[in-house]
Ligand binder design. Structure first.
Ligand code: NAD
Ligand code: AKB
Length: 317
């Protein structure tokens, strides 16, 4: 019987991933933790505890007390926020992974999931169809920490046999929980502002293409990777996952199909430089080959769901 710990369960990914894993493994076997309170469905459906990942002793005790066999470590400082506090962000993003990898040597964890990002790529990586293996010279502190994390995850797999699994998520778009301080957050905000006031001022320029993915597809990819037999995984750093490539003008055009008077304007800020250093599109062929990565949503199907669900949420708030 697997006992699963989710660290960062109140966040954009954690709030949805926790519920999905509970459906598979049973509510009482999935322990949600965070320093913030998660959505009501997580509180109602299974165990939740306030737990700070920086409290290494507390996390170690929790893992031993509940006989945890798998950990999803989602807490991190994302790209936009990290640029404001570079050294703190490096420290947080690294320590929260490394101590867990060290702990896994002592307490036998069957699997660890830790997300990486398209931020591991930089201005010297190919910008279109960025391959699984290519030059990775990120110039953001977030990207540097994700790249180092990938190297450590692979190192612990090779040296100690710890079953580490990871995805390089693109920008994730969802309606349940707000985005957490990244460069791709505009792709979530745009739906809220479209419904609230039929206009949006975008912090990236009109033609800035980035890879994006609807949360449902990201959750499915995560679960599929975690369920895949260990022997089929050729990548222990982190797998490229692509989603679809899209820019703010294209988002606006699609939203206009539903809200004809929607207007977008552009006022690029410090996040433009981050976006310019990232891939516009990703080659995910290695993940497709190894564990059959696939997606259901594109821009039109995702937009339909986003406008409907964000609309309901705003109407009830
Ligand atoms: P988020 O900021 O929405 O969620 C992170 C959660 O961690 C929050 O609920 C926060 O309260 C919690 N947290 C913060 N400090 C903590 C601490 N000290 N102890 C315990 N919990 C703490 O982030 P997210 O978007 O859900 O991202 C989760 C992971 O996925 C991160 O590693 C991020 O880098 C990665 N990722 C996210 C995206 C995306 O588009 N959302 C893309 C690529 C990679
Ligand atoms: C961010 O913008 O920081 C994240 C990511 C792509 O890692 N959404």
């Amino acid at each position: 019987m697997e006992k699963i710990l989710v660290i960062g369960a109140a966040g954009q990914i954690g709030s949805e991933l926790t519920m999905e894993i509970r459906n598979t493994y049973g509510n009482s076997n999935v322990y949600a933790t965070d320093i913030n309170t998660p959505p009501q469905d997580i509180l109602d459906s299974g165990p939740f505890q306030i737990l700070d990942v920086k409290d290494e002793k507390g996390v170690a005790e929790f893992i031993q007390k509940h006989k945890i066999t798998q950990v999803y470590q989602l807490a991190a400082i994302l790209s936009g926020n990290a640029e404001k506090i570079p050294v703190k962000a490096w420290d947080f993003n690294m320590k929260s992974l490394l101590f867990l990898l060290e702990l896994a040597k002592e307490v036998k964890l069957n699997k660890i999931f830790w997300p990486s990002s398209i931020a591991v790529f930089g201005p010297t990586s190919p910008r279109e169809d960025t391959p699984q293996y290519c030059t990775t010279e990120p110039n953001t502190v977030y990207g540097i920490s994700k790249l180092a994390g990938e190297r450590w995850a692979e190192y612990y797999y090779n040296r100690y046999g710890i079953d580490t699994r990871s995805l390089r998520y693109p920008g994730l778009i969802s309606y349940k929980t707000e985005a957490g301080g990244g460069t791709t957050d505009y792709a979530v905000e745009i739906y809220y502002e479209a419904i609230k006031q039929a206009k949006y001022e975008c912090f990236l320029s009109a033609e800035t293409s980035l890879p994006m993915m609807f949360m449902q597809d990201a959750i499915k990819a995560t679960v599929d990777l975690m369920e895949a037999p260990s022997s089929s995984l050729s990548v222990r750093s982190s797998y490229n996952v692509a989603g679809f490539s899209i820019n703010p003008s294209q988002f606006a055009a699609e939203i206009k199909n539903h809200i004809p008077d929607f207007e977008i304007s552009f006022k690029p800020d410090f996040r433009q430089k981050i976006a310019d250093s990232w891939p516009a599109s990703i080659d995910d062929s290695v993940a497709r080959r190894d564990w059959n990565l696939n997606y259901k949503y594109d821009l039109p199907t995702m937009t339909e769901v986003m406008l409907r669900e964000v609309g309901k949420k705003l109407a009830n708030s």
